[in-house]
Design a protein around this ligand. Structure first.
Ligand SMILES: Nc1ncnc2c1ncn2[C@@H]1O[C@H](COP(=O)(O)OP(=O)(O)O)[C@@H](O)[C@H]1O
Ligand SMILES: [Mg+2]
Length: 227
């Protein structure tokens, strides 16, 4: 389904200056970007080109030095930390290269956790967690802990966790960066399946050409600017 309304992501004139000792690193040097609802977009570029910095700004994990970032039409670039936390919890699911699962919790518990913490709870935690894990082919691993799962399986748990509260926006930083080729393919398939079954907007930072090739649009960052 395509909507012609407000873009889910609107980045305008964004710079990010990071202090480094007595100097400053210009991690982003003026970025403009729109992403429409339901798009599957990849961000590629050399190491150090600002990909993670940009994703962090889109996800409200960081704020820009100059410029604005709007999510669903709401400017988040000057928000208080409390409101940012709220926006992140309600609107954004994160997937990281190293999965970042809770080691003492089972797959089911890891996915149920963000539902238990949601301020406006839309789902029954265990039921929703089970359904998501089943959809991702993890139905027979519900009670395994992360150390008892392969990298690809852990990443599928992390994807289920990111989807737990049905966020409109899914952000992934190098989701296949720590996986062998076969596990990487499964993760790509899972992301494409999510894209087909829902109106979720997905932005993926990746070095993986194969993954980028399967997205609707490839955005290349070079030295803090869109190429
Ligand atoms: N916390 C930080 N402090 C200082 N410089 C940083 C910090 N994080 C990243 N940088 C620098 O900002 C630039 C962009 O980094 P990053 O967004 O992580 O790039 P990428 O994800 O494309 O590899 C790099 O030059 C990096 O060294
Ligand atoms: Mg990075």
């Amino acid at each position: 389904m395509s909507h012609n309304g407000t873009p889910v992501i609107q980045v305008r004139g964004v710079t990010r200056e990071l202090p480094l000792g007595k100097t400053v690193v210009n991690a982003l040097r003026g970025v403009d970007l729109d992403v429409q609802r339901g798009e599957l977009v990849s961000i590629v570029g050399p190491s150090g080109s600002g990909k993670s910095t940009l994703l962090g700004l889109i996800g409200g994990l960081d704020t820009p030095t100059h410029g604005t970032v709007a999510i669903d039409g709401v400017d988040i670039s000057r928000m208080s930390e409390d409101r940012l936390t709220e926006i992140r919890n309600e609107k954004i699911g994160f997937i990281f290269q190293f999965f970042n699962l809770m080691p003492t919790l089972t797959a089911l518990e890891n996915v149920a956790l963000p539902i238990q913490f949601a301020r406006k709870r839309k789902f029954k935690p265990d039921k929703r967690a089970r359904e998501l894990l089943e959809q991702l082919g993890m139905g027979d691993r519900l009670n395994h802990r992360p150390s008892e799962l392969s990298g690809g399986q852990q990443q599928r748990v992390a994807i289920a966790r990111a989807l737990a509260n049905d966020p409109p926006l899914l952000l992934a930083d190098e989701p296949t960066g720590n996986l062998d080729q076969e596990s990487g393919l499964m993760v790509i398939e899972a992301l494409k399946q999510i894209r087909q079954q829902s109106n979720t907007t997905i932005v993926i930072v990746t070095h993986d050409r194969h993954l980028a090739d399967q997205t609707d649009r490839v955005i290349e960052l070079i030295d803090g600017r869109i190429a």
